[in-house]
Design a protein around this ligand. Structure first.
Ligand code: ADP
Ligand code: F6P
Length: 322
């Protein structure tokens, strides 16, 4: 049976490029003759019956906006089978034949569980952390990295003027993609990422060594999942006060803002692939970028398709930053 109507929702942490993807799914869907229903507040909206029809005009002038006009949420009830059955019933009541979920790893698990109940789903990867299996790229990552880079370049002005070590904490509970990408592009002395365990004493020793070589200011990018910026900053302050360290936590600044050209473009390409996949009668996978190609990986194969930080880039940061 050909699908006639699709739903679209955003779920989990918001990310720049989500609006561009809502627009892309809606416009490419209508271009292909589909009706589109926008579900509000992620899986919460499916359970609370909160949705609105979308058309070409209703997604006008959102491509450049951060956040998500459909709103997003984390929904505990959807993790239960009863919750998912309620969601399914609502989708059926709206005559939705298939669903596009824009979100991160958790949202993908939710989409997979909904597929298992008979509702075709595809996921467009959207999270600033870039940490989803089945893709080398997630929407929002490039924007977040560029936002942090602008901030770090300003922080460096002050670190240089005062001969200080500047710690900068960035997001990434489970992955160091943001930290590494920023680290290599800002010329950091070191990046601390969850994938590589480094003790606070080792960090301090390296900074002292650089200090002895007349390096009077340094940037250290700390992914929140590696250690807290406040812990390492206080440790260095206590053990090596001459390094004069300070800390900036970038926080939610890095989750907002207009998507970069790359994120807006990828949102379009991912949207097209998501709609084409559903039209082809498939509804059980995550759209992604692998080897520079737009792909769809079935949910049951994503575990064998995980990407990690680039070892060479990690080593290069230390080699160039000393
Ligand atoms: P993200 O998608 O950014 O990783 P979360 O991990 O918070 O964000 O997941 C978003 C939502 O996806 C959760 O609030 C929940 O509703 C749903 N979800 C997460 N894990 C599962 C799961 N194992 N089964 C069903 N739904 C899930
Ligand atoms: O979007 C992913 C992420 O940014 C993580 O890196 C971060 O720890 C988390 O979201 C925080 O989000 P929230 O406060 O909304 O749970």
């Amino acid at each position: 049976m050909m699908i006639q109507k699709i739903g679209v929702l955003t779920s989990g942490g918001d990310a720049p490029g989500m609006n561009a993807a809502i627009r892309g799914v809606t416009r490419y869907g209508t271009y292909k003759g589909l009706a589109v229903e926008g579900i509000c507040r992620g899986y919460d909206g499916l359970i609370d019956k909160d949705s609105t029809p979308l058309n070409r005009r209703s997604v006008g002038a959102i491509i450049h906006r951060g956040g998500t006009v459909l709103k997003t949420a984390r929904c505990e009830e959807f993790k239960t089978k009863e919750g998912r059955l309620k969601a399914l019933e609502f989708l059926r009541s709206k005559n939705v034949d298939a669903l596009v979920v824009i979100g991160g790893d958790g949202s993908m698990k939710g989409a997979q569980a909904l597929s298992a109940l008979g509702m075709p789903t595809v996921v467009i990867p959207g999270t600033i952390d870039n940490d989803m299996p089945g893709t080398e790229y997630t929407l929002g990552f490039d924007t977040a990295v560029n936002t942090v880079l602008v901030a770090v370049n300003k922080i460096r002005d002050s670190a240089f003027s005062h001969d200080r070590v500047a710690f900068v904490e960035v997001m990434g509970r489970h992955a160091g993609f943001i930290a590494l990408e920023v680290g290599i592009s800002c010329g950091a002395e070191m990046v601390l990422v969850p994938e590589k365990e480094v003790s606070m004493q080792t960090v301090t020793d390296k900074l002292v060594e650089s200090h002895k070589q007349w390096k009077r200011n340094s940037i250290v990018i700390v992914a929140e999942g590696a250690m807290r910026g406040s812990d390492i900053c206080n440790y260095v302050k206590e053990h090596q006060p001459d390094l004069n360290p300070n800390l900036t936590v970038i926080g939610y600044l890095q989750r907002g803002g207009a998507p970069t050209a790359y994120d807006a473009k990828m949102a379009g390409l991912f949207s097209q692939k998501a709609v084409e996949t559903l039209l082809a009668g498939r509804g059980d996978g995550v759209v992604g970028l692998i080897d520079n190609k737009i792909t769809v990986t079935p949910y049951n194969e994503v575990d064998s398709c995980r990407f990690s930080i680039d070892e060479n880039e990690y080593d290069l940061v230390q080699a160039l930053g000393k």
